[in-house]
Design a protein around this ligand. Structure first.
Ligand SMILES: Cc1ncc(C[n+]2csc(CCOP(=O)(O)OP(=O)(O)O)c2C)c(N)n1
Ligand SMILES: *[C@@H]1O[C@H](CO)[C@@H](O)[C@H](O)[C@H]1NC(C)=O
Ligand SMILES: *[C@@H]1O[C@H](CO)[C@@H](O)[C@H](O)[C@H]1NC(C)=O
Length: 625
């Protein structure tokens, strides 16, 4: 414990809280956000920020700083108070809490330099902290620590325990979780109430060193937080929700509730009387400067793709090869997978760069959070892969990564029913809908080895959440190795002056569309075929331009459910065009097991179905000839 803090503690530890929390009364009186959830962590936050953590308060994003994640993000006023106390925020700013022009929102956001990620969808902070701690220990090999503060209500989230397993498996001895056991959740007590010894057993069973403390004792907190660590450490802090406001302490029914005016005034008066009017300020200890500088600019492929046109490869395999190639020339490319690396082919990267491959096991929610943590503070270019279908269970983590403005790249393999025999539980048939709805996301849906290599390269420098959709079947290389690709730029892969319909397909359905073009040619029906390359953003300009040349006739075909996929993306791109006729082919029912060609046929997205749809569009039209 630092001497200055100890000196303040001896007579009455509330003096310390008063000193370091002396802005809280203003928070209560002006915008009473979650007062009781802030009160239970007053001492914990004070000790972390002014005793335990080493950081440069004037530079919250400094790469050497200890990291802090407030997983119980609704206690944001307590976090903002700390940064006010350090001098980073002005007191006047603090008083603008939650006003529409203020950066101090209801929960931490990336607008705040001191918030690496958004928190508040409970249960996600520890996974992100794991990604940061893994990076600190294995990639940066630096002395910074990662601290994560969780509520006891949030400990019912399974994702917390995925993160607990990950941390002990990888011996993240630079990670400390502080559990605020204040007994209460929102509407009910948390299931284990104040049974701190049960929490301790659970933490120990998950391989964590755990210490029970009185969470309102500054001395006990100082002592526990300064212990040497050989394992991840859980500080199980027994606390009182609403501590310091006698009328609401440990009482149900006060979660997220503002105090009445009278009550608030009384509390403010009482707190003010306890504020030490000392001119002495506390300053955090500065960190050891041993984190390596990193530049993520210019993460590029050193050479063009080495495929020959006509050669066959699946996009999933070409994905793994592209990763390995990118990793060969860029030290900060790291790859995560969830026990599917011989399906997604991230194993090719793993075999070549084992020290930069992170096995996350079958815990996709945690994998996405770890990816977000690894990407924080621009430490790594991160790719995480699993089957497209399994990203659905991590949708909340993906949504939060997007709000956090995290630059993570995700690859979902085995998209659609074209995987065949494994059946519908393994088929990603809603992934495009899911990622299309994510703000600022980019969706790459490449159709051959060349374009997937380009997608992997482009994703490295594309901000926000990038999703790469890969397929199981092998298909021939379409593009020459010097073809240039850009986000939002489609390719016309088949065209003639006599084209009557524009057909848009991607992945396997692009190959089906090209085969259909050959078949229809024999009937002297000509179609134009477009490869969108990215589904979001979609190249509306190219699509509209070419569809005009085919008299407004447009057909989409996709290995995805009708809802939210390629067809609907094209619909919204052409919605304001006069005289366009759009037909869609997609998967209308839950598919079954079978051979790829059988399934494509049964569910009506194969070359034959495309030919039929084209003929039908033309037969119903006076302009057919
Ligand atoms: C995933 C999720 N579910 C529900 C909520 C709504 N919510 C916000 S705070 C809260 C209670 C949290 O209890 P606890 O983790 O014990 O924190 P405390 O406020 O008691 O410190 C709930 C249910 C949420 N923010 N996130
Ligand atoms: C600190 O100053 C405030 C305002 O001047 C006063 O109301 C309060 O009593 C003082 N606190 C202590 C502990 O002296
Ligand atoms: C994946 O690897 C395991 C272990 O080597 C092997 O048993 C399995 O057949 C592989 N699966 C595929 C699809 O290659």
């Amino acid at each position: 414990c630092r001497n200055d803090l100890v000196a303040l503690v001896t007579s009455d530890d509330h003096k310390v809280i008063s000193l370091v929390m002396n802005v809280i009364p203003n928070v209560y009186s002006l915008s009473p956000r979650y007062p009781t959830s802030c009160c239970s962590i007053a001492e914990i936050m004070s000790v972390l920020f002014f005793n335990t953590m080493k950081y440069r308060a004037e530079d919250p994003k400094n790469i050497n700083n200890d990291r802090f994640i407030l997983s119980k993000g609704h206690s944001a006023p307590a976090l903002y108070s700390m940064w006010t106390e350090t001098g980073f925020l002005k007191e006047s700013e603090l008083l603008s809490l939650c006003q529409v022009e203020s950066i101090l929102e209801g929960h931490p956001t990336p607008k705040q330099q001191f918030a690496d990620v958004v928190t508040g969808s409970l249960g996600q902070g520890l996974g992100v902290a794991c990604g940061m701690a893994y990076t600190g220990k294995y990639f940066d090999k630096s002395s910074y620590h990662v601290f994560c503060l969780l509520g006891d209500g949030e400990l019912s989230e399974g994702a917390v325990w995925e993160a607990m397993s990950f941390a002990s498996y990888y011996q993240l001895d630079n990670l400390v979780a502080i559990l605020d056991i204040n007994r209460l959740g929102q509407t009910d007590p948390a299931p284990l109430q104040h049974h701190v010894e049960k929490y301790q057993k659970r933490c120990e069973a998950f391989g964590w060193h755990s210490i029970i403390v009185d969470g309102h004792s500054v001395e006990e907190l100082c002592k526990a937080l300064s212990q040497a660590r050989h394992q991840p450490t859980a500080i199980i802090a027994k606390t009182t929700k609403g501590k310091g406001i006698p009328a609401v302490e440990d009482k149900m029914g006060w979660h997220a509730k503002p105090l009445s005016k009278d009550m608030a005034e009384g509390v403010v008066k009482d707190l003010q009387a306890r504020i030490m009017n000392s001119s002495k300020r506390l300053y955090p200890t500065t960190p050891i400067e041993d984190a390596p500088p990193v530049s993520l600019r210019n993460v590029r492929m050193p050479s063009a793709p080495a495929y020959k046109q006509g050669e066959k490869i699946s996009t999933r395999k070409a994905y793994g090869m592209a990763l390995a190639k990118l990793g060969r020339y860029n030290e900060r490319v790291v790859v995560l997978d969830g026990d599917t690396n011989n399906l997604t082919y991230s194993e090719i990267f793993k075999n070549e760069h084992p020290n930069r491959f992170v096995e996350c096991y079958i815990a996709q929610q945690n994998m996405v959070s770890v990816a977000t943590g690894c990407a924080a503070r621009e430490r790594n270019v991160v790719y995480a892969s699993t089957l497209a279908s399994f990203f659905t269970r991590a949708y909340d983590q993906l949504r939060m990564a997007a709000i956090s403005e995290s630059n993570i790249n995700l690859c979902g393999s085995h998209c659609g029913l074209s995987i065949g025999e494994d059946g519908p539980s393994q088929m990603g048939l809603e992934d495009m809908a899911m990622f299309r709805a994510i703000p600022m996301a980019t969706i790459f849906y490449p159709s051959d080895g060349v374009s997937i290599e380009k997608a992997v390269e482009l994703a490295a420098s594309t901000k926000g959440v990038c999703y790469i959709r890969t397929s199981h079947p092998e298909n021939p290389i379409i593009y020459s190795s010097n073809e240039d690709f850009h986000v939002g730029q489609a390719k016309v892969v088949y065209q003639s002056a006599e084209d009557k319909v524009t057909v848009i397909g991607a992945g396997i359905t692009l190959h089906e569309a090209m085969a259909a073009a050959e078949m229809l040619k024999k009937e002297r029906i000509f179609i134009r075929v477009i490869d969108p390359f990215t589904i979001k953003p979609l190249d509306s300009k190219t699509i509209i331009e070419h569809t005009r040349q085919t008299r407004g006739r447009i057909l989409t075909v996709e290995d995805h459910y009708y809802e939210g996929g390629l067809g609907e993306a094209v619909c919204s791109a052409v919605v304001n065009e006069q005289g366009f006729t759009l037909q869609r082919l997609a998967v209308a029912h839950v598919p079954r097991s079978g051979k790829t060609s059988e399934l494509l046929k049964i569910y009506g997205i194969d070359r034959e179905a495309i030919c039929q749809a084209v003929r039908k569009m033309l037969s119903g039209s006076a302009n057919a000839k």
